[in-house]
Design a protein around this ligand. Structure first.
Ligand SMILES: Cc1cc2nc3c(=O)[nH]c(=O)nc-3n(C[C@H](O)[C@H](O)[C@H](O)COP(=O)(O)O)c2cc1C
Length: 198
């Protein structure tokens, strides 16, 4: 199904890159997420790469022990880049009903609370692979975006912050030049991986 859909998107001019979310369950392998198993992650990467000439970015789940291992498997299978992280698996229990708050019992945790986890994972993956990383997870300010880039991200995505403030991305982009100036960089790309050197 991944390959089938990516083959269709290959013919759509407006699509610049394909970001492949491998955080969903593989029903043939006992419901385990594709992104939790390096072999399955590599298999999906190869299947998608075989049907498209657009850049393929694999979107990784944080719900693993060693995200760098999954990242390396995707890189070895031909991924052009990686995007991380997806949501962290979480849950709450309603004290009145003594039952899980959401019908599905567990759900994806996102937003500012996950930022340090996402940052650490971007850091780990930057050390493990050579392909570009899109940093994602809890970014809600230009300062967060800069921090994510210093950890190793070449670009940054913003999810939950848009639900709090629909103008979040615009505000972040508008504040980035001032943050770059404060950090003494002429071009934002100079930030990528900066915290690993020196
Ligand atoms: C309401 C909601 C829906 C999401 N749906 C998807 C999805 O369909 N595919 C996907 O790869 N990630 C999905 N995500 C995960 C986000 O893209 C992102 O990886 C994650 O929320 C962490 O970033 P954030 O804290 O900036 O939201 C969703 C997140 C939220 C909050």
């Amino acid at each position: 199904e991944y390959a089938e859909n990516c083959a269709k998107l290959n013919d759509v001019d407006q699509v610049a890159i394909l970001e492949v979310n491998i955080s969903c369950p593989n029903v043939h392998a006992g419901g385990k997420n594709f992104g939790c198993d390096p072999h399955a992650a590599a298999e999906v990467t190869r299947a998608v790469k075989a049907v498209t000439n657009k850049p393929v970015f694999m979107k990784l789940t944080p719900n693993v022990t060693d995200i760098a291992e999954i990242a390396r498997a995707c890189e070895d299978a031909g991924a052009d880049g990686l995007c991380l992280i997806n949501t962290l698996l979480g849950m709450r229990i309603d004290l009145n009903t003594k039952r899980p708050v959401i019908a599905n019992r567990t759900g994806g945790l996102s937003g500012p609370a996950v930022f340090p986890v996402a940052l650490r994972m971007v850091w780990d993956v930057y050390e493990a692979v050579k392909i570009p990383i899109i940093g994602c997870g809890g970014v809600s300010s230009a300062e967060d975006a800069a921090e994510m880039m210093l950890a190793g991200a070449a670009a940054v995505e913003v999810g939950a912050a848009n639900l709090v403030d629909p103008m979040a991305c615009k505000t972040i982009i508008e504040h980035l030049p001032a943050v770059c100036q404060r950090l003494g960089v002429d071009h934002i790309s100079e930030l990528t991986g900066g915290a690993h050197h020196g």
